[in-house]
Design a protein around this ligand. Structure first.
Ligand code: C2E
Ligand code: MN
Ligand code: MN
Length: 390
């Protein structure tokens, strides 16, 4: 099968036309031997290359390209199976791109279908896209120093249920903006198993009532300018009466303000909910308690959910952002969600940030709040300290 793969990378040193010629001539033997064709755009800093050929040859070549020391920040923009080649018998052609390049900058002997993805992608690069990555200078200027202590709270008395807490950090302000309470049982079951060992109304009651523990413990871990997130199944919100009043009571008892409590509901579970859910949410909000969409992007409702139900916070699922620094699809989706969140004034949290590279890309794209093992793992009856400095 024929495959087209597009990647973007950043040159290490000053690449002039001679270097570009050298890159081309170095690549030709392999490309001719395996009948790889394509085009290499270069704007003085970034490369944007399309390679096409038999699928397995393209994969082998991409592995070689990734370890080439003349560039870094290699990011796969996309790969698609195509019925025929777009670049004919050009085993590699290098095209310089400048600021003046417009839609009509492609050489006249290249007749790309104007409806094709490749045509659109080449133009998007020429018009300035796909450059969200840190230059070495910008990286050197970056200063984040986040240092927070380990904290513990007393286990909730006589309870087989306890909570683990994980911080959500605002790296642009070098502070913990909130903490999330995650349910734990003394027999070590996963949260889903703990909750789903109850059925129907019992499940909802259990979920809601255990939040007394989460709020009691969480209140001891946060300062007045931080908030506490708890998770609830949407069913609990719809099918139990007076959820807002109950939670508000707990919050006041623990010495918190209502505004400090955030209820997280997952996107996947929200879909089945109806008008009754929306009414219940309005009541909860009238107390000042806020609502977040959890695991956004992992469910099926997608953007229509945002159109119908305006949350106070969006938590982007880690399925979207894992490896975001090297994946064009994930980058495009993250940027779109961030843009929506910014336009609507809704804070966005990115979940599951595990590597420095993911964080670097995300913060450069404009994300401010992060949750993930890179900063701290959840800690039972407490909060792990953070030592993060770049
Ligand atoms: P969640 O609300 O999305 O919570 C984040 C989950 O991701 C937690 O798993 C946390 O340990 C994990 N996590 C955090 N950072 C990273 C990371 O960098 N990499 C990876 N791979 N994982 C990370 P946990 O504690 O197992 O909870 C799983 C889910 O169970 C939660 O997902 C939440 O939806 C649900 N849950 C937890 N507590 C409750 C609760 O009290 N009630 C209800 N209804 N659901 C709960
Ligand atoms: Mn959550
Ligand atoms: Mn989540």
């Amino acid at each position: 099968m024929l495959k087209q793969l597009v990647y973007r990378s950043q040159s290490i040193s000053n690449v002039n036309e001679t270097c570009l010629d050298k890159i081309t001539s170095d690549s030709l033997p392999f490309n001719e031997r395996y009948n790889i064709t394509g085009v290499l755009l270069f704007d003085g800093e970034y490369f944007f290359q399309v390679i096409e050929g038999e699928s397995e040859h393209v994969d082998v070549l991409f592995e070689r390209i990734k370890i080439d020391r003349r560039h870094n920040n290699v990011m796969k923009v996309t790969e698609i199976i195509v019925p025929k080649r777009d670049f004919g018998d050009w085993h590699l052609r290098a095209l310089p791109v400048s600021e003046e390049s417009s839609c009509y900058w492609l050489p006249p002997d290249l007749s790309l279908n104007r409806e094709s993805r490749i045509f659109a992608l080449l133009n998007s690069f020429a018009s300035g896209k796909w450059r969200t990555c840190l230059s070495d200078e910008a990286r050197k200027r970056l200063r984040v120093n986040l240092n927070t202590p380990d904290m513990t709270v007393a286990p909730y008395r006589d309870s087989s249920i306890q909570f683990a807490f994980q911080p959500i950090v605002d790296t642009s302000r070098a502070r913990i903006s909130s903490i999330e309470a995650l349910i734990r049982s003394d027999d070590g079951r996963f949260p889903e198993d703990i909750i789903s060992s109850f059925k129907g109304q019992e499940k909802y009651k259990f979920d809601l009532e255990t939040k007394a523990i989460a709020i009691h413990q969480g209140a001891a871990l946060i300062t007045p300018d931080q908030s506490l997130s708890i998770n609830l199944c949407p069913g609990a919100i719809t099918h139990l009466p007076n959820v807002g009043e109950y939670l508000h009571g707990l919050v006041v008892q623990s010495g918190l303000k209502a505004q400090q409590l955030v209820i997280e509901v997952t996107e996947a579970e929200l879909i089945s909910e109806s008008g009754a859910f929306h009414d219940a949410i309005e009541k909860i909000r009238s107390y000042g308690i806020r609502i977040a969409i959890d695991d956004f992007g992992a469910g099926y409702a997608g953007l229509s959910l945002l159109a119908d139900f305006s949350p106070d916070k969006i938590k982007l699922d880690r399925k979207i952002t894992t490896g975001v620094h090297e994946n064009g699809h994930r980058q495009a989706i993250t940027e779109a969600v961030l843009e929506f969140a910014n336009s609507m004034g809704i804070p966005l949290v990115v979940e599951g940030v595990e590597t420095l590279e993911e964080w670097l890309w995300l913060q450069h794209a404009g994300v401010q709040r992060f949750q993930g093992y890179l900063f701290a793992r959840p800690k039972l009856n407490g909060l792990n300290g953070i030592k993060f400095s770049v």
